[in-house]
Structure formats: structure tokens, C-alpha cells
Design a protein around this ligand. Sequence first.
Ligand code: SF4
Ligand code: SF4
Length: 396
Amino acid sequence: MVTTEVTERSFYEKVLEATPRGEQLRICLECGNCSGICPFGYLMTYPPSRLIAMLRADRFNKVLETDTVWMCVSCYACTAVCPSKIPLTFGLMTSVKEELLLAGNVPPELQTALANSQRYGNPQGESPRKRADWAKDIRPEVTVMAQAKRPVDVLWFVGDYPSYHPRVQSTTKAVAKVLNALGVDFGILGPDESSDGDSQRLAGERGLFEILVGKNGKTFSKYQFNKIITTDPHAFNAIKNEYPQLGISYPVQHYTEYLTERLDQLKPLLKHEVKAKVTYHDPCYLGRANGVFDPPRTLLGAIPGVELVEMAHNHANSLCCGGGGGGMWLDGFQWEKAHVRMSDWRVREAMTSGANILAVACPYETPRFEDAVKSMNGGGQLIVRDIAELLAESIG
Ligand code: SF4
Ligand code: SF4
């Protein structure tokens, strides 16, 4: 049994006071919408509405004896449907995870990712010196800010998985190809870049998040640029919504927004047909959390030959891939509890939509969905591609 110093009442007060709009917790209607929509709510001993009931009953220490809050992947669905506008994902759930971390009630794989983030600046434990290795063969040469020592128009915050993951690197190279084709003056931070910290924050590690923000903020201040673009919706969410609260404010766009604004220049470059039925998966932190639904669809619609079809769950109602908010580092734990992956559900839905290609715009999704495709009967027909890869293919 896990013991803790936290008193039940003090935790409730802490969440009420320390969370932006935390006082909203007092007006929970007990409608149960949050627990009903939670994809793994059926496996949680205390899904969001029951957590609130436990806090109100001064029984929070009972929660700390359980571990199923770690089934939460911060998908934002509960927050989006709450009629009382309670900040459940980034208030209640992250605060409970924080207390579980303090109590030592944390799955080992998550602990490893958090320790790596602190030590190496990325959850995979890769060498920071290798952060720009993906760019070695790209021509024209990618500008690394520390070496170039010149201002650029766009600072591209590449991110952890786009920098290091062998599969996601092909998306990263595709983004570079599209930016080069458009003649964008961009630079990357390379070894100077640290994890954006968003998933660590959502996994309850606020302190680590602030360390990572501090490092990135210091790095940003060394260079001159007009705006930041990101490959990763989590980096986009953090730099847009969370960094400013810590005094670090820069204009930021996800790459799909940036490219959509340049559609007039991009369209004439899309010369090759990609003849396919394509369905698009809305990432939680691009769509539901930040309202960016149209730019990815606009880009796909601009590719000659593409026929866009929607899955049953789309836009704000999209299903989660299971990778955000620490989900990437909880796969073993969640498999033991659920014997199913969220990515399996999503791929099954893509297959029934009649699409040949499942298009994504988040680096967590390509490897997760490709794994799901491999393990699924008949899934071999479905191809997973980031939107940047489809654009690069059309450019040729
Ligand atoms: S954020 Fe998503 S996974 Fe977490 S409790 Fe809410 S609905 Fe469930
Ligand atoms: S959806 Fe909001 S109001 Fe309804 S039970 Fe959940 S937290 Fe309470």
C-alpha cells in the first residue's frame, strides 16, 4: 500500500487554488459526461467524475492507493465535454498524477522517460549532440542556429520524436523538403533544443516541465527569428499556451497552419498525383485542445488525386492515438491493464472509412498507427503517412 503525507482536504484546496479555473471544480454537476467519454474510463478505479466525488468526500488518500489514473493519456475529451468547463485534463488529472509521482506510485517505464528528459533533454535518452543528425544529408543544408550565427525568418522547433525516431525522421525530412521548395528562410536549434516538456507536464511532472521551458526559453533568446513553427502539436500547444505563463512568448504555428497560409505558393509545386482515398486523424492537441481542424484538411485537399473521407469520429470528436500526455511511455503498463491499444481502435475506424491512406499531423501517430496496422487482420491495405510526406511526394 502507498502511504503519503498529503491530507485529503489539503489536496482538494491545492487543486482549487493552484489550477487556472480550478475553482470550477466546486460546480461539478456530477453528470458523468467526463467519465463516459474517457476512452479508458471503464478501466479506471476513479475516472474524473469519481475523482471529484472522492475529493468532496475527503477520501483522496484512497485514490493514492490505486494506479489506474495512469490510464489517462491526457486526450482532452473530458475537458471538451464538461458543461461546467472544469479544467479536468490539465488541472485535476495532472494534479492527481503529480501526487502519485510524489508518492512513488508510478509505472517504471514512465519514470525512465522522465529521468531521461531531465538528464538528456529528451525522453528517449538520446545524445543531445545527435539531435540534428537527421539533417546531415538534406540539401540545401539545413541552417543550425548556433553554427550559422545569423537571423532567420522561421525557427523550426523540430521536437524529440521528429529528431530521433527512425520512422518519424522521414516526416522531418519531408517538412524540410517542403520548406526548401517554398524557399523559406528557416533554421533549427539542433543540439541546443530540449524537449518541449508538454507530455511531461501532462504526466504530472510540472517541475521538470519548468526546467525544460527555462532551457528552451534561454536558447530562444540567443537567436533572432520572426516566428516559431513546430512539427509536433504538443510543442505547439506548450509554446502557444504554457510558455507565456512562464514569461516566454513567441508567435508559433503548427507546420500545417504555416503551409496553409502559403497555399498560393505551394499549390503550383504539387505536380504529382497521389491517387488515393485519404482519411485524416485529428491529433488531440492540434484539434480538440487548440481548434486547428481546417488547415490539415486544406493541405490534403490541395494535393492532386486525393479524395478526402472522414472517419466516424472526427474534428473535436476525434479518438486519441494513445501517445500524448505520457501515453508513449506507458504502453506496457496500459497493455497489461487493457489488452488493447487506442491506436488499434483508430486504425479499425480508418479501415472502415474506405480510405487507403491514414493521414496524420503528429509525430507520435505514424509509428503507433503503423504498429496497429501490422497487428490487425486486413490492416495491411492501409498506409499511414504524415501530411508532410504526402506533400513532399506530390512535389516529387
Ligand atoms: S484526458 Fe482523456 S484519458 Fe484523461 S481522463 Fe480525460 S478523457 Fe480520460
Ligand atoms: S463532465 Fe464536468 S460537470 Fe459533469 S461530472 Fe464531469 S467534471 Fe462534473
